[in-house]
Design a protein around this ligand. Sequence first.
Ligand SMILES: Cc1ncc(COP(=O)(O)O)c(C=O)c1O
Length: 398
Amino acid sequence: MTYRSGRHFLQIPGPTNVPDRVLRAIDMPTMDHRGPEFGKLGLEILAGLREVFQSRQAVIIYPASGTGAWEAALVNTLSPGDRVLMFETGQFATLWSKMAGRLGLTVEIVPTDWRRGVDPALVEAKLKEDREHTIRAVCVVHNETSTGVTSRIAAVRAAIDAAGHPALYMVDTISSLASIDYRHDEWGVDVTVAGSQKGLMLPPGLSFNCVGDKALAAAKSARLPKSYWSWDEMLASNKTGYFPYTPATNLLYGLREALAMLREEGLQNVFTRHARHAEATRRAVRAWGLEVLCANPTEYSNSLTAVMMPQGHDADALRKIILEAYDMSLGTGLGQLAGKIFRIGHLGDFNDLALAGTLAGVEMGLTLAGVPHQKGGVQAAMDYLGECARGGAARKAA
Ligand SMILES: Cc1ncc(COP(=O)(O)O)c(C=O)c1O
């Protein structure tokens, strides 16, 4: 059997389901990226992205996955041997720190149990210890996609300020941008890293840096080698909407459409929708008698929920059964969480019924796989979604 009727449920926490409007926008003839039309496209997209970053500062677009934008953030601002403070909140924070080490930076990594976010008090303490100000950057993953934990970016900013420390502040928003409220300017972030394949509803292949003035100033004296990732040539070409090398033209068509869709829905409504789906998912998990990995309720992720398996049951066996029986992909446990958790992605182009279908797939899969649980998770989620819909209807009527 090769054809499976109905739509595959891609409920991993990115890449996410690409909406038809975006797919249709991508499916257009590639244009001359040095021609007159392209400059307009480039300028429109750069302005639209600034709205999503909630920033007035420079945005850079790379034809690369998110990992490229991590590298760009580091090599444009830092020099060999510079100290960077990082927090091992999960697999992605770990990978970013390994990259920093490979680039020749001196990484100070603060461990966690992979169940909570960055502790702002610890940031303040670490920076206060550094009286000589040798730490050049503090790097934080906003939403740790491997654990479903969202660090408090504004509180970390306040901690850096309370320590009176001049380090640059870099934040990875690869699985939070356009899903969870994020404010580059207001939260005093110097470099934000983002990717196309999650909240922005695009296929993988684009990534971004949003760059503040302090980071641009640091770039003037940064000595790590760079060429492809260099901000200066990019910023010079971007002034007129062009790029120094061939951009991913068709993905940019898709990005223009995705930005229009986010504007039509309204960014605040997008955040509220993600919060609603996350809460409904957690209610389902609790009703099943299972545990959410994130240990701190103020750090629950609105993009995804990581669910712990009961002792003696393998998360990947459950995922395999769900894929085969119900044509739904769920996120695997990464690194030290392999086999112990599965992750439900509820970000991107998503609605209440898609969530209900997702949770039904999980509940049926738990039964099929013989994983001990209680019934009623989907019902608990539906009850909550119903309450929200009634609240919304009442507000509209008032
Ligand atoms: C938080 C976070 N950072 C970084 C990455 C790496 O991005 P990419 O796989 O697009 O290179 C991911 C990928 O899922 C991620 O979720």
